[in-house]
Design a protein around this ligand. Structure first.
Ligand code: NCD
Length: 323
């Protein structure tokens, strides 16, 4: 039967698409996966994930693919725009209709803000935004939240410094949006003046009476932090090479600077790292960025399970129809 109705599907476009209670449920599932990975090895037997990546990625795409494989499912997709029909002029809306005939769930990354949202509006399967331009990166945020929750024992009562390219860094934008829903969190936004966080974010913080301040020097924030979230300067979003070259090494976290930080501070980074954390810091017990990658796998497994379980519930209630 052919239908044009939009099915009541659950997508993930923005970190706020889940309530904090739903996130807690997701994190509990991730905790269970962490303590018993083999117990989940067949939960997605026979299901297919499509990864549609119109922009380069290593860890996000491989993390999604590994998540589905570790759940017993299979993976199809493309890793860059040049190997998709976008080069022939196909729209994202058409691509997702086609993918909906093949796969059960799709993770999409796109350089244009809002493209995964367009896909979700046309999809017959759940769509996960795997990063849209400088806008959002909700699964990195789930990763960051799960990491903080595990290392700190909860998602309240800490000071976080976000450092680097706060203008173009979508992981920063998504993380701030997500963290403002939890109590007793202070933000220190550390960036060169040219790469300050967009005004709509500082306005949101002011409107919510959320304690924050902006700093230029990392040294001025370090002693106060429970978490330092480092980011790279987003080369691909600069309009000219000169500005990038001038700003790319603005911050370099090294061991002397780590000496200013508390002994129980954690360093996070969404990766890839360029020069902003020198490799000597990797051996510091406070460096948590590779552990963070591991949490990203658990949380993506939990997300795939959650979204597909909800889809199954709709199918069982006759709410979804196929062609
Ligand atoms: C981030 C991204 O793609 O925005 N990477 C990632 O998904 N782990 C951060 C970045 O590219 O700097």
């Amino acid at each position: 039967m052919i239908t044009n109705t939009t099915p009541p599907l659950r997508h993930l476009m923005n970190p706020l698409d889940f309530t904090t209670d739903e996130l807690e449920q997701l994190f509990r599932t991730a905790d269970q996966i962490r303590s018993d990975m083999p117990g989940f090895a067949h939960r997605m037997d026979g299901r297919i994930l499509a990864t549609c990546f119109y922009e380069p990625s290593t860890r996000t795409r491989l993390s999604f693919e590994t998540a589905m494989l570790r759940l017993g499912g299979k993976v199809i997709g493309f890793a860059d725009e040049s190997s998709s029909s976008a080069t022939k002029g196909e729209s994202v809306a058409d691509t997702i209709r086609v993918i909906s005939c093949f796969a059960d769930i799709c993770a999409m990354r796109h350089p244009k803000e809002g493209a995964p949202m367009v896909a979700a509006s046309r999809a017959r399967i759940p769509v996960i935004n795997a990063g849209d331009g400088g806008h959002h990166h909700p699964t990195q945020t789930l990763t960051d939240l799960l990491t903080i929750r595990s290392l700190h024992g909860g998602l309240s009562g800490f000071t976080i410094g976000l450092c680097g390219d706060l203008k173009f860094g979508r992981t920063v934008h998504s993380l701030i949006h997500a963290l403002v829903r939890y109590p007793d969190i202070r933000f220190i936004l550390i960036s060169p003046p040219e790469l300050r966080v967009p005004d709509y974010i500082t306005e949101m913080l002011r409107a919510g009476n959320i304690p924050f301040r902006e700093e230029i020097r990392l040294e001025d924030a370090l002693p106060e932090l429970d978490f330092l979230y480092m980011t790279r300067v987003q080369k691909e979003r600069f309009f000219n090479e000169e500005d990038y070259v001038r700003l790319r090494n603005y911050y370099i976290l090294d061991e002397p600077k780590m000496g200013l930080a508390r002994p129980d501070m954690y360093v996070l980074h969404p990766l890839p790292r360029v020069n902003e954390i020198s490799v000597e810091v990797d051996d510091d017990p406070r460096a948590a960025y590779f552990e963070q990658v591991q949490y990203g796998l658990y949380v993506r497994m939990a997300l795939i399970l959650t979204l597909l379980d909800e889809t199954d519930a709709h199918i069982n209630h006759g709410l979804l129809r196929s062609y």
